[in-house]
Design a protein around this ligand. Structure first.
Ligand code: NAD
Length: 448
């Protein structure tokens, strides 16, 4: 099948590359000239494990190509996936200008031929947007256009696996032609029996928001429990173990830390709040999820200042982990950005390290020095802050870390280390929802 993908970000590039890898002929179009030029040389502009190899292979086999020529890409194709960004406009509503301008461009291009057109909205869009896209296309193209909503559930860092082995595929459409083609496109990925759930477009759009709000709620829930553990002398990791062992609860998205970030959860929770308010509903739970998430970062910063003081001039602070989560170079809404900016505002010199996201972080956050290694960042630091749980930080040589730091103080926003071990190594160690480790203070009393 000939397929067009609009937008070569984390979703569009993964979708296009995986579809090409199953044998389709895929053209990816983007307005970002530099991004397309890079992709034309076979190089990925984003870090996603396994993606570079797949791009190279499918470009070499002439099944995958990249262009800025949208008009050509919208002609002579059997399905057009809209995968452009829908970032927060700044007031909690998603910015739909990309989706709507692509819709108009598709209508204009298709007005010059007689073929049927299938448009699949994969971007995360507020309920009712796919109907609006369909109405706009039908104005120009009448009945020869079919429209579907097909939300994407991939996780950055595991995107290829998530796309090719989905728990489910969701498609929202009233069009039989769209149903048939979407079925055909996804059949290779559903051979293990996972469902393709066909619903109406509005329910499809809502499933995506409900899924992200649900996952975000688990993160905020465990973080609220962590705060309570800290106040009451309990240990959130022990509590998590006890909770996650209940098969009704499970352990996914139940790790205490600095809260969620990235390009999806924050803006999608905001969109749920916005949709609820526009519908005259209180949106109480979604608002609380967001509030707890923001509080998590503020409270962590508060603990840093409680220990180091309000004025951090003359202090050098290291940050390990700059991406919003491990295995990606995406720094959008990353906790490290909030923390680094606040520390710099308080006068500190901040040196950050991330295995993949250093360049993107430096471009997005002013005045942070980027170190070439975790050791370079930590050497001579007055304190180390861990913001992302990259695997290489987990089994680090802690004795060596103690010797290279100017003062061995760690604020661990991801609970990577065992507090008892940190006590034995004479670190001063602050983590989330567990007792602080302060070498001069006695161990917390054991309750009978
Ligand atoms: P992104 O910001 O990484 O990429 C978007 C791309 O679209 C950019 O390359 C941009 O240049 C391009 N673009 C913008 N306007 C365009 C236009 N008019 N024509 C052609 N290209 C255009 O975005 P993303 O992270 O891939 O997310 C895309 C959508 O998928 C969003 O709605 C997002 O909420 C949703 N989503 C994202 C993820 C994720 O993990 N990133 C997961 C599921 C769903």
């Amino acid at each position: 099948m000939k397929i067009t993908i609009v937008g070569t970000g984390y979703v569009g590039l993964v979708t296009g590359t995986c579809l090409a890898d199953t044998g389709h002929h895929v053209t990816c179009v983007d307005i970002d000239v530099d991004r397309v030029a890079m992709l034309q040389t076979g190089e990925s502009p984003i870090f996603e494990p396994g993606l570079n190899e797949l791009i190279e292979r499918n470009v070499a086999l002439a099944r995958l190509s990249f262009t800025t020529d949208a008009n050509a890409a919208y002609n002579d194709t059997e399905a057009i996936f809209i995968c452009v960004g829908t970032p927060d406009s700044g007031d909690g509503t998603p910015d739909l200008s990309g989706v709507l301008s692509v819709t108009t461009a598709i209508a204009d291009a298709a007005a010059h031929h007689e073929d049927d057109v299938l448009v699949i909205v994969k971007s995360t869009v507020p309920v009712g947007t796919t109907d609006a896209v369909a109405a706009r296309l039908r104005q120009t193209l009448g009945d020869r256009v079919s429209v579907a909503n097909n939300p994407e559930f991939l996780r950055e860092g595991d995107a290829i696996n998530d796309f090719t082995r989905p728990d489910r595929v969701v498609c929202g459409t009233h069009d039989d032609a769209a149903k048939a083609i979407v079925n055909e496109i996804y059949a290779p990925y559903l051979r293990q029996g996972h469902p393709l759930i066909m619903v109406d477009p509005r329910s499809s759009e809502m499933i995506k928001y409900a899924a992200n709000a649900m996952l975000a709620s688990r993160i905020s829930f465990i973080n609220e429990m962590a705060m309570l553990c800290q106040a009451m002398g309990a240990d959130i990791e022990a509590v998590r173990h006890g909770l996650a062992s209940d098969h009704r609860i499970g352990g996914q998205f139940l790790h205490a830390g600095l809260g969620y970030g990235g390009s999806c959860f924050p803006k999608d929770v905001s969109a749920v709040i916005d949709m609820a308010r526009k519908a005259g509903l209180p949106g109480t739970l979604a608002a609380a999820i967001d509030e707890v998430n923001q509080y998590q970062r503020e409270a962590f910063l508060g603990r840093i200042h409680d220990r180091l003081g309000a004025d951090l001039s003359n202090m050098t602070i290291a940050i390990w982990g700059l991406a919003f989560k491990p295995r990606t170079d995406d720094v959008r809404e990353a906790p490290a950005a909030t923390i680094a900016t606040a520390l710099i505002d308080a006068g500190a010199s901040v040196t950050g390290y991330d295995p993949e996201a250093g360049k993107a972080f430096a471009a997005a956050t002013a005045d942070v020095s980027i170190a070439a290694s975790a050791w370079d960042a930590a050497t001579d630091a007055d304190a180390l802050i861990i913001c992302t749980e990259w695997r290489e930080f987990r089994a680090v040589d802690l004795s060596r870390l103690h010797t290279v730091m100017k003062t061995p103080i760690i604020f661990d926003g991801r609970n990577l280390y065992n507090p008892q071990k940190m006590r034995e190594l004479s670190f001063e160690y602050y983590s989330i929802g567990r007792c602080d480790v302060v070498p001069s203070s006695p161990e917390p009393p054991l309750l009978a």
